[in-house]
Design a protein around this ligand. Structure first.
Ligand SMILES: [Ca+2]
Ligand SMILES: [Ca+2]
Length: 161
């Protein structure tokens, strides 16, 4: 009788532990999926910001060197797609399009980078200027890659692939 009671108690103990483990696993799952959602949103926000910019620099449309032009020293001053080449937002340093800090306690470990490279289409005359920019946005949580978005942006207004 005592042995049976002991076994019953042990089984109860095991199942409580199993339930606790399941709960922990599902909480970790929720935590992770929330992180992936945040990372996806951060990537999409930056991509939207870049896609909203003109293809050519308004002041020097002939300048097709990727990266910011002289004087474009802050986020708010970036005025065309290729200015985002080499953009790095370290952890804790995420910015909104106007350059103000995106400081949320949930985002402190996230970092974000962007590249913007001109690409020649196979059917395009290599002598002509490239009319597409491949934009890549990446989001990391600590050192863990969480999201990557790519978009091919065309020089013709409204043309995105
Ligand atoms: Ca520019
Ligand atoms: Ca530029």
């Amino acid at each position: 009788m005592l042995v049976e009671a002991l076994i019953a108690v042990m089984i109860l103990g095991f199942s409580a532990a199993a339930i606790a483990m399941l709960l922990t696993a599902s909480m970790q799952q929720n935590y992770l999926s929330e992180k992936y959602m945040l990372a996806g949103n951060l990537a999409q926000d930056l991509l939207d910001e870049i896609m909203g910019k003109p293809f050519y620099d308004p002041d020097s449309p002939g300048n097709l060197t990727p990266g910011p032009e002289a004087g474009e020293t802050s986020r708010a001053l970036l005025d065309n797609v290729d200015d985002y080449e080499g953009l790095v937002e370290a952890a804790g340093g995420l910015q909104l399009p106007d350059g103000s800090a995106l400081d949320s306690p949930r985002l402190v470990n996230f970092s974000r980078t962007a590249t913007a490279e001109y690409v020649q289409m196979p059917e395009q005359d290599p002598q002509d200027d490239p009319t597409f920019i491949l934009v890549t946005v990446e989001v990391q949580d600590g050192s863990m890659p969480m999201a990557e978005l790519k978009c091919l942006i065309g020089s013709v207004v409204g043309e995105a692939y």
